[in-house]
Design a protein. Structure first.
Length: 256
């Protein structure tokens, strides 16, 4: 049975009174996907289930595949994101995808009519240890903003000059969720979590000298933090940090 047949049978069952609207709504959450060529199946109902639409992971896909997926998703979603897009791929996509915007530091392409307004309560504050951590931090920031969240940025306040962080204490105090991005030894999340009264999401980056093992050293530091209330993402996963921060704020809004 294909997707259209399943949808028709479900709607007919609702019309006959055999299935309640609530049951049908629950079933629809898991029903809809759309094939693109023979290489992709778009999960059109992911936003209905999880609160966030599907996002395209760029590496490993050809530029033509990314273009086709973005155009297919654009018919159903006001914001279509593709992550880890390099400049060369963007230049290929630009004439093929309407209303395309590129955020070079975040390495994100987005098909959008206009930048989304803030639609969710709460503030996500993003803090980096160093300037070299900005690509991961901006991936988190742009992801959160494209998802309708308010974002505050605080860059280059690592523990090597802790006074820089302490002089911006108000950003920590005003945050509802904090994303802390650090490479090298990865100590910054422990310091921030010792000052904050909100969840802290730690993101290790692959920034550092050889013994940092491409981000493994800060990852282990963050996992072994003595500060409570820290959740740790995978190395360089700014996108995942933004989605988790968004889920925390969305859950808080539902509880209110």
């Amino acid at each position: 049975m294909n997707n259209q047949d399943a949808l028709r049978q479900l709607l007919e069952a609702v019309a006959r009174g055999q299935v309640s609207p609530d049951t049908a709504f629950s079933d629809l959450k898991h029903l809809s996907f759309e094939s693109v060529g023979d290489f992709a199946k778009i999960d059109n109902h992911r936003e209905l289930r999880t609160g966030f639409p599907e996002v395209i992971w760029g590496p490993g896909k050809t530029p033509e595949q990314i273009a086709q997926i973005m155009n297919a998703m654009g018919d159903r979603h006001p914001v279509v994101m593709a992550t880890r897009i390099d400049v060369e791929t963007y230049h290929y996509l630009q004439p093929k995808v309407n209303q395309l915007t590129y955020y070079p530091e975040a390495r994100i392409c987005a098909r959008i009519e206009s930048f989304p307004e803030v639609t969710h309560q709460g503030v996500i504050s993003i803090v980096t240890a160093g300037t070299a951590d900005l690509p991961v931090a901006e991936e988190a920031a742009i992801t959160a903003e494209l998802s309708g969240f308010a974002v505050k940025r605080l860059w280059d306040v690592g523990v090597a000059g802790i006074h820089r962080l302490l002089s911006h204490r108000h950003i920590i105090d005003e945050a509802d969720v904090l994303i802390t991005v650090a490479g090298m030894e990865g100590a910054l999340p422990s310091v921030v979590a010792g000052l904050a009264d909100c969840p802290v999401i730690a993101v290790p980056t692959s920034v550092g000298y050889g013994v940092s093992f491409g981000g493994v050293a800060p990852l282990l530091t963050m996992l072994n933090s003595c500060s409570a209330g820290i959740g740790v993402m995978n190395i360089d996963n700014g996108f995942g940090a933004a989605i988790l921060a968004g889920q925390i704020l969305r859950t808080a809004a539902k509880l209110r």
